[in-house]
Design a protein around this ligand. Structure first.
Ligand SMILES: C[S@@+](CC[C@H](N)C(=O)[O-])C[C@H]1O[C@@H](n2cnc3c(N)ncnc32)[C@H](O)[C@@H]1O
Length: 276
């Protein structure tokens, strides 16, 4: 019998791979098990660039949060599908750029939530709630959300590498619209999403591995479908681009073939409040 480490919340079956722990393995974390590693390796067999893509996604998240806190004046973040904490978590990046920034993390996964609680212990400016993106009203009404976020001031809604885990039947566009309609004027939406345009066959094969080995549904989407998540928002420069292309730290950080990092990413803003 495999011993479960003490940090594993009760009731977790570590014999079954899960989305948060597969991603943790790609990022080099140690909150994952044999089943997660096997699933991650099966995907690497199809896409040798998988780890680099996961890291490019995480790096985009850091750059977007830094931009929002340091340049766009955002002081509050709602991060849904936040994952297992690793380095450069949203509250850490935001608070370096703008001390006092507040973050509500949301994830459906027990391990991600348990670890976020450990990391956030004692932090008055950040909290984690366990909830499903498919129930946005519950996320918005949660007492932690209501306590930490001021819905009269702009908020950044982060949906980073999570919307592709929603099936079409979940009506992801409607979910994003429900969240958008709750956001104050001038708020931002940050999205990254697996895009099928460059290599539809590969993305379809990866979906099958997720379905069979990770029990995850959802799908990669076309750039036209991903663009629709920004309905009501104005995409800020440079628009919807491959992950390494979004405001790179150095021009050299953009690889020669950025479409090989087939995550499309973008940041949009709701119209700001009129000034008169
Ligand atoms: C690939 S990780 C992304 C983590 C982080 N946003 C990042 O980009 O670094 C996806 C996360 O979304 C969570 N997730 C998947 N489906 C979800 C849902 N329906 N509701 C809430 N969280 C979900 C998973 O548990 C996982 O932690």
């Amino acid at each position: 019998m495999t011993m479960q480490p003490g940090w594993v919340p009760p009731g977790i079956d570590i014999g079954k791979a899960n989305v948060a722990r597969v991603y943790d393995w790609w990022l080099g974390g140690d909150h994952n098990f044999r089943a997660d590693q096997d699933a991650a390796r099966a995907m690497i067999a199809l896409e040798p660039n998988a780890r680099a893509i996961a890291r490019a996604n995480r790096a985009f998240l850091g750059r977007a949060v830094r931009f929002l806190a340091a340049e766009a004046g955002i002081r509050q973040f709602l991060d849904i599908g936040s994952g297992i904490p690793t380095q450069d978590n949203v509250h850490q990046v935001a608070q370096v750029a703008a001390p006092g920034s507040r973050v509500v993390y949301v994830d459906a996964d027990d391990v991600a939530v348990a670890h976020s609680k450990l990391i956030l212990d004692g932090s008055a400016a950040a909290a984690v709630i366990q909830a499903d993106l498919r129930d946005p009203a519950r996320i918005l009404a949660d007492p932690e959300t209501q306590l930490l976020l001021d819905f009269t001031e702009p908020i950044a809604l982060l949906l980073v590498a999570v919307l592709h885990f929603l099936a079409d039947a979940d009506q992801p566009e409607q979910i994003v619209a429900t969240l958008r309609d709750a956001l104050p004027a001038g708020s931002y939406l940050v999205v990254s999403h697996a895009c099928s345009d460059p290599r539809p066959d590969l993305l379809s094969a990866l979906e099958t591995v997720y379905k069979n080995k990770v029990s995850a549904r959802g799908r990669a989407r076309t750039s036209a479908e991903i663009t629709r998540f920004f309905d009501g928002f104005t995409l800020i420069d440079p628009g919807l681009v491959w992950a390494p292309q979004w405001r790179p730290g150095q021009p050299d950080d953009v690889p020669e073939h950025p479409e090989q990092y087939w995550f499309l990413v973008g940041v949009g803003q709701l119209p700001p409040r009129s000034q008169h």
